[in-house]
Design a protein around this ligand. Sequence first.
Ligand SMILES: Cc1ncc(COP(=O)(O)O)c(C=O)c1O
Length: 440
Amino acid sequence: MSAAALRAKLFADRVYELGTENAFKIGPHIALLESQGHKVVRLNIGEPDFDIPSFVRDEVKRQLDLGNTHYCDPKGILTLRKAIANQMKEMRGLDVSPEQVVVFPGGKPSIGFSQEVYCNPGDEIIYPSPGFPIYESFPRYLGAVPVPLHVSEDSNFTFTAEHLRDLITDRTRLIILNFPSNPTGGVATLEQLTSFAEVIKRKCARDVRVYSDEIYENIVFDGQEHVSIATIPGMQERTIISSGFSKTFAFTGGRVGYAVFPTEDEANIFKNVNINYFSCIPPFVQEGARVAIEHPDSKKVVAHMVKTFQHRRDVIVKKLNVIDGIRCKTPGGAFYLFPNISGVCQNLGVFAAFDNLSTDLKARTSPSGLFQMFLLYHHYVATLDRNSFGKIGSEGQHFLRLSSASELEVLEEGVRRLEIASRDRAGFEKFIKSTVMHVC
Ligand SMILES: Cc1ncc(COP(=O)(O)O)c(C=O)c1O
């Protein structure tokens, strides 16, 4: 039996349906280049380049010293759930009981868990595309049907109520929203959210859930305030609000996120999912997360980070827009830039090169994927391509995601190299001849 056939027998069929998050897959490529002595500019990273606030770090240490290292409530420690419920009132005006709150290891797990808990095989899940990759990587693993809601560059990476309406069917069980958005930085206005809510209330049964991923809720620019769809009348009872500490407090390694469920009953189902998968989240990091919410200096620390991201955004968007073949919208939130690189692909002959690839290679990449790997292997800038954020129906969309979670000088160096790459026809031809088959 061939190795491939053996492997196919070893794993359950569903394993082949599970997607991934490319942000974690690009790491070995960067490591390889750095081991060869190249200095890679990392614009691929989705985590703030700040330390966790000192008061959070001190609390985690203090809790360790107190010996708070044992099993704890699988739903999350009550003091943290109370702090989250209070914050829901303060920031969104929503009345939430701590019993509706469940703590997870990061903002990510509740995405897959919600698909597992609310969807049977054949049920449909609507999600934004481009969007956080986990929205699309899970449905088929569960036998559910992924239904991408393509956001448009023309509407600042949002969509219309009519567009959403046309995707809702009797099989729709879950509608995922994400504002501010990864990877586009798109932010929906209150008017837009109200029109989405109207469509959902009109077309969906009461038991259809909106999963509102609000992990970038605090990273909003130009003096705007974050708005949650759950605050629109009639929506709190249909909406799961998810957020966490990875982005707002640069606590990606702490692995603390949470979701607020419409009912206590639903929260208890998720508590049982937690029990089955990991029992509980380390209590000492949860205490750190509680302090992150409650500390009097929290707002100041976050405001400083947001101001820094906004300044970087302003500088880099301007620099990107003067490169021939690139146009870049100004994101309203999060810390990503999502330039359209169609012109560069045209100028460099990327489309023609893509058309000439073998069927096998073609299936593994895309025009923006080719440019992404060329930029990495020949100009040493790490970015992520459009298809890293959902593949279904993405043909004809040519974008890169650049993270602004690096010092301004690093970002400027990345854009300088990107500009050189954008006119390096000879380099691109060389890449297609000798490198592409090894790296895509
Ligand atoms: C939109 C979105 N949701 C969820 C997550 C997951 O966050 P965490 O690292 O807390 O699991 C991310 C991380 O990049 C994200 O961008």
